[in-house]
Write a protein that binds this ligand. Structure first.
Ligand SMILES: [Zn+2]
Length: 208
C-alpha cells in the first residue's frame, strides 16, 4: 500500500498572446502587445468596445473588437462599467482568448509560461511514496504536459518517459499521449515514487 499525497496545481498563463500585425508605421509584420486598456465608444444607443494593443517597436495602436455596434439595452450595466474602468480580470480574459484573436488577425505569438499555485489536499503522509497531481487551468495554455511536469518536478523528460514505460506514471483521463499535448483542465497524474532515491526532492518540488 503506497502512501499517496494529493496536490492540486492551479495553473494560470503568464504572458498574453501577441497578435502579429502589419504595422503601417514600422512597415512590416510586428508583434502587438495588449495595453490592458479598453476603449468604449457610445454613438447614440450603439456601443462599441475594443481592447487596445500597441506595436512593441513604435507604439502604434490596434483595436481588438470586443463589442461591435451593440444596443445599449442588450449590455449588462456591470459589463459596461467593467469596460469603462479597464477591469483587469475582464482585460485578462479577452487578452488570453487566442481563438478570438486568431479569428480577427490570423497569426499570434503564444507563450508557454505559466504561474502555478500548489496546494496539498489533506495531510502529507509520513512516508509519502506516491504523488497524485490534479491540474486546474484558469484558461487553456499551449504548454505541453511533459514540459510542465519536467520543469516543475526538476527532472528530465526522458525520465518521465521511463516512468511511463514502467507504468509508474499514469495520466487520466487521456492516457500517456496527453504528455505530448498541452496541459488540460481536469488532468490527473499519478506517480509511484517508491523506488526513487530522490523522491523527497521530487515531492517537495511538487508542492508537498
Ligand atoms: Zn510599429
Amino acid at each position: 500500500m503506497s502512501a499517496l499525497l494529493r496536490i492540486r496545481w492551479a495553473i494560470a498563463p503568464k504572458t498574453a498572446p501577441r497578435p502579429l500585425i502589419n504595422c503601417n508605421r514600422c512597415g512590416g509584420s510586428k508583434p502587438y502587445q495588449c495595453s490592458k486598456k479598453f476603449r468604449v465608444n457610445a454613438n447614440g444607443k450603439r456601443i462599441d468596445a475594443w481592447l487596445i494593443y500597441r506595436c512593441i517597436d513604435c507604439g502604434n495602436s490596434w483595436n481588438f473588437g470586443i463589442l461591435e455596434r451593440c444596443n445599449r439595452r442588450d449590455i449588462e450595466p456591470a459589463l459596461l462599467q467593467a469596460l469603462e474602468s479597464n477591469e483587469p480580470a475582464l482585460a485578462r480574459r479577452h487578452a488570453f482568448d487566442v481563438v478570438a484573436l486568431r479569428s480577427r488577425i490570423g497569426r499570434a505569438e503564444e507563450f508557454p509560461d505559466v504561474t502555478i499555485r500548489k496546494q496539498m489536499l489533506g495531510d502529507r503522509p509520513e512516508k509519502t511514496t506516491a504523488l497524485e497531481l490534479q491540474l486546474e487551468l484558469e484558461m487553456p495554455t499551449s504548454l505541453r504536459l511533459e514540459r510542465l511536469l519536467a520543469g516543475e518536478l526538476g527532472i528530465s523528460r526522458s525520465r518521465l518517459q521511463v516512468w511511463e514505460d514502467k507504468r509508474l506514471l499514469v495520466v487520466a483521463p487521456d492516457g500517456a499521449t496527453a504528455l505530448r499535448r498541452p496541459a488540460r483542465e481536469g488532468t490527473m497524474i499519478r506517480i509511484d515514487l517508491a523506488g526513487e532515491t530522490d523522491r523527497d526532492a521530487i515531492i517537495s518540488a511538487a508542492g508537498g
